[in-house]
Design a binder for this molecule. Structure first.
Ligand SMILES: [Zn+2]
Ligand SMILES: [Zn+2]
Length: 270
């Protein structure tokens, strides 16, 4: 059973077939989906979706660095309120993006700091977006991230960057890019990172894995990324799935399947 720890299935790209996307994913073994917000409306939509699929779809509430300028006092208060709703498992996605550079760096940094504080106050993990901004992100986490845990989502980088994230207690999540040819630094990281600190995601509708590259990405394709990471690590697919699912359940405090919730001794009862 797989977990897609990052899929924006609340977005309009899924308006025509959202239900079947969730059903098809579940049939393909993707039994939990985490839906991150990128601003207040998409966070609210994620929370609503989690309410419609309790125990299967979970939400993260946050403002993306692209939308950092929208995080005023009112938006922050709305996020604080949304983040307390059932099915919310993280603050995200938040972070820095100096690649697309859609908001001034100062604005991005301020939004990140505020939301790190929100995560700490609510005792929720964070889902971090990081593009061409690694040094600043690690610096901000050092200064403002004490006591905050979370994941570097769609990790793209080399071992040095990975080690900086891991050393700060963060997890690494692999998405479609790990399946792309010639991504050798990232392949090395996926092969080397500690098994108990890695997660899988699609980042749907973006970044579809190699076999379906260019198409709309969706949660069921997380299996392709899982197969690639298992291959890179030289381990059985089933073991990689079991480990990453356990990791996701631990970081995001996801409920396990009823079967797995039973205590060991239950098998002794007739
Ligand atoms: Zn992102
Ligand atoms: Zn995302």
């Amino acid at each position: 059973m797989l977990v897609d720890t990052h899929a924006h299935i609340q977005m309009r790209q899924f308006d025509s077939d959202r239900e079947s996307v969730i059903a098809v994913a579940e049939a393909a073994g993707v039994w939990r989906i985490i839906v991150p917000g990128t601003d207040v409306p998409t966070s609210r939509a994620a929370v609503d979706l989690a309410a419609r699929y309790p125990g299967r779809v979970f939400a993260a509430v946050g403002t993306h660095p692209h939308d950092a300028a929208t995080l005023d006092t009112a938006a922050l208060e709305t996020q604080r309120e949304l983040a307390r709703r059932p099915g919310v498992v993280a603050i995200g996605e938040i972070g820095l993006d100096y690649y697309r550079d859609l908001a001034p760096h100062e604005t991005q940094r301020a939004a990140l700091i505020t939301q790190l504080e929100l995560a700490r106050a609510l005792n929720l993990p964070v889902i971090l977006h990081n593009r061409e901004s690694h040094a600043d992100l690690v610096g901000l986490l050092r200064e403002h991230g004490a006591g905050v845990r979370g994941v570097f989502h769609c990790f793209i980088g080399d071992q040095t960057m990975a080690r900086e994230a891991l050393d700060r207690g963060f997890w690494l999540s692999f998405a479609g890019p790990v399946t792309y040819p010639r991504n050798t630094d990232l392949a090395e990281v996926a092969a080397w990172a500690p098994l108990d600190r890695i997660l899988l995601e699609t980042d749907s509708p973006y970044l579809a894995p190699q076999p379906v590259r260019g198409r709309r990405n969706e949660p069921r394709y997380v299996e392709m990324t899982a197969r690639r990471v298992a291959e890179l690590r030289g381990m059985p697919f089933e073991d990689l799935v079991a480990a990453t699912t356990r990791n996701a359940a631990e970081l995001f405090a996801l409920p396990m399947a009823p079967r797995e919730e039973e205590p060991e001794c239950a098998s002794l009862t007739p």
